[in-house]
Design a protein around this ligand. Structure first.
Ligand code: ATP
Ligand code: MG
Length: 112
């Protein structure tokens, strides 16, 4: 199992969620976050001395998937979140040790 963590534009979230639903994703987590990438948002000079790194709003989508589904799910996200402009976001992929469904005690892939 893997955890896919996608940082995307908030305006892409609805399309990504719909596509993930069609792709058969049953569970996910969504958070509203702030962050910056290479461009550090907008760099501003304030009273001639301070520079502020601007944080821009992004949406974080976290999904636990079987190893065999990682490529297909990442493609689904990219197909619905890519504008080609800077700030489209990133996908991070983590190995996942285990999952447990609390109601039943099911573990591993049976729990996702
Ligand atoms: N190295 C990183 N570590 C943690 N979070 C990151 C990293 N890079 C990007 N992010 C997150 O992804 C969001 C979007 O990043 P962004 O797409 O601007 O990356 P980028 O490297 O600047 O690429 P681009 O040149 O396409 O803008 C950031 O606001 C931040 O939340
Ligand atoms: Mg950027």
């Amino acid at each position: 199992m893997k955890k896919i963590e996608a940082i995307i534009r908030p305006e892409s979230l609805e399309a990504v969620r719909n596509a993930l639903n069609i792709a058969g994703v049953t569970g996910l987590m969504i958070s509203e976050i702030e962050g910056h990438g290479k461009q550090k948002g907008v760099v501003q000079q304030w009273r001639g001395e301070r520079y502020k790194v601007e944080l821009l709003p992004k949406a974080k989508v976290e999904i636990i998937v079987k190893d065999q589904d990682v490529g297909r799910i990442c493609k689904t996200i990219i197909d619905n979140a890519q504008t080609g402009e800077m700030g489209d976001g990133k996908i991070f992929i983590y190995p996942l040790e285990d999952a447990i469904r609390i109601r039943t005690g099911e573990k591993g892939e049976a729990a996702i």
